[in-house]
Design a protein around this ligand. Structure first.
Ligand code: PNS
Length: 138
């Protein structure tokens, strides 16, 4: 089965890598796909090509993980075209779950594709791209 692990990845973190590694153990192929999050308005911190380069570097040793992008498009449209069976999302907190749940419902309603929630490992639960971006100088 092919899974997509979608996100803004601005920047990708060790938490993302942990989820990607665990998803890679469950699926034949995992595509980490950079998409646009309409809730994160304003200019992103990293350009698309920088996000992709960072993702490729982080996941270089995972043979069944690839990287891709589909900016400005619906995730389900990407899934249909790429032959994706399952969407993978990492969750750290109950707030994350509450936020993810409606998207999972909508994505399944639109396409029939299920979302698999992978709980963050305890050692990564405090890491978010937003906080990494806020505390890192460029
Ligand atoms: O890393 P993020 O910002 O939490 O990722 C959110 C993302 C990009 C996966 C989500 O916003 C998304 O799927 N964007 C693509 C547009 C889309 O399909 N929106 C409808 C979701 S029901």
């Amino acid at each position: 089965m092919r899974a997509v692990f979608p996100g803004s990845f601005d920047p990708a973190t060790r938490g993302h890598l942990d989820v990607a590694r665990r998803a890679a153990d469950m699926f034949d192929e995992v595509v980490m796909c950079v998409l646009t999050n309409p809730e994160k308005t304003g200019r992103g911190r990293l350009a698309l090509d920088e996000r992709l380069t960072l993702l490729a570097d982080l996941t270089g040793d995972l043979v069944n993980v690839t990287v891709d992008s589909s900016p400005g498009r619906l995730l389900v449209d990407y899934c249909r075209e790429a032959g994706i069976d399952v969407i993978v999302r990492g969750v750290r907190t109950s707030d994350d779950l509450a936020h993810e749940w409606p998207m999972a419902w909508m994505n399944r309603h639109l396409s029939g594709i299920e979302t698999l929630f992978v709980p963050a490992s305890a050692e990564h639960a405090h890491i978010s791209s937003t906080l990494v971006a806020a505390t890192t100088r460029r």
